[in-house]
Structures are given as structure tokens and as C-alpha cells.
Design a protein around this ligand. Structure first.
Ligand code: MN
Length: 191
């Protein structure tokens, strides 16, 4: 357990090539923990017969969920497919819906897939060297459409909270799939 003094100041290391930190805590998400989030659950179960691949991991500081603080860290989303669907993060709404987030792409390529409670959707490419703004009220999930890890640095209001449940049952309205070797954004048939 790391302890930072959020009422003073501190430095913490993040490797901006691979996203790793020697100090921050890592959380890993394996396919077995999110197989039902992929459209092709049978393809996920087929993979799980022989292996349980690491889909993504993130490094953060165990920040206090206090108003006025900023949470930050890195996400490393590995390349791969489940059926025709690219590896992706679980994605979430913020419990405090009116809170935004910034993602800066350090390496790799992909999409940020966003949608609000009214079902409006936005998909924006994640491009190395560019910051992406996730607006208030939008759930957000990143998708790796490349062949190398997609590495991002993020920051958001520390008390925003994470609401996975709302979107966990049916998934997002849009999904990103590989067809004829190219990334395509298609409607999720479950909606
Ligand atoms: Mn968020």
C-alpha cells in the first residue's frame, strides 16, 4: 500500500513509453473477469479453455474520493480479438455523471467509445501524442485496434466514482470489430 500526502505535494513515476509505474498500484483485468462484456461470449469461452489473457491493466494511486482532488494514472490495453471484437476496457459512467475526464495517448492506436444515458454515441480515434476530452455525462470505453499496447494517461475528478453496472448488462450501443483486416464501428445487436 502506497501512501501519498494529498494535502501536501508529491512526485510519482510513470514510464511514458509503456505506462508502467514502480510506485503506483496496478489492477489487472483478465478475460475471465469480463467475458460476458464481449458480444461473442462463445469465442471468449473458447479462448478460456486454454488461457486467460490479460486484457488491460491500470496504474493509479489509491486516491481519496474527495471533492477537489484529481485522480490520475495510466491504462495499458493489450492488443487482441475476442471473435471479431477488439480487446477493450470495461468502460463506465461516472457516478457523478456531470464529471469529465482527459485521456492522453502515449502509444498505440484505437478508439474511445462514448455514450450518454440518452443513447447518443461518440467514437473518436485515440492517436499518439493527442489528448482526448471525454465530456460530462458520457460513459467511456477504450478499444485497441492496433498490434501493440494502447497506453494512455488519464485524469479526472477524484470523487467522480465509477458506475459499471448500468452499461455492463447490455454493453454499449456501438462496438468496434475487425472485418477484412480493418477496424469498423458497428451497432451492437444486443440493443
Ligand atoms: Mn472515467
Amino acid at each position: 500500500m502506497n501512501h501519498f500526502n494529498w494535502d501536501y505535494s508529491f512526485l510519482v513515476d510513470f514510464d511514458l513509453n509503456n505506462g508502467f509505474s514502480k510506485t503506483a498500484e496496478t489492477t489487472k483485468r483478465y478475460l475471465s473477469q469480463m467475458k460476458d462484456m464481449f458480444y461473442d461470449v462463445e469465442a471468449a469461452e473458447e479462448i478460456l479453455k486454454t488461457e486467460d489473457p490479460l486484457i488491460y491493466e491500470f496504474y493509479e494511486l489509491g486516491f481519496p474520493e474527495r471533492e477537489g482532488d484529481l485522480a490520475f494514472g495510466t491504462t495499458i490495453l493489450y492488443p487482441g480479438l475476442v471473435g471479431e471484437e477488439y480487446y477493450m476496457t470495461k468502460g463506465h459512467f461516472h457516478t457523478k455523471l456531470e464529471t469529465a475526464e482527459v485521456y492522453y495517448t502515449l502509444s498505440g492506436e484505437g478508439y474511445m467509445v462514448m455514450e450518454n444515458p440518452e443513447g447518443d454515441t461518440i467514437e473518436i480515434p485515440l492517436v499518439k501524442g493527442q489528448a482526448l476530452y471525454v465530456p460530462r455525462r458520457y460513459a467511456h470505453r477504450s478499444v485497441n485496434t492496433g498490434n501493440e499496447p494502447l497506453v494512455m494517461f488519464f485524469t479526472f475528478d477524484a470523487d467522480a466514482g465509477h458506475d459499471y453496472g448500468t452499461i455492463e448488462t447490455k454493453g454499449y450501443h456501438k462496438m468496434v470489430v475487425e472485418r477484412q483486416g480493418k477496424a469498423e464501428i458497428v451497432p451492437n445487436p444486443k440493443w
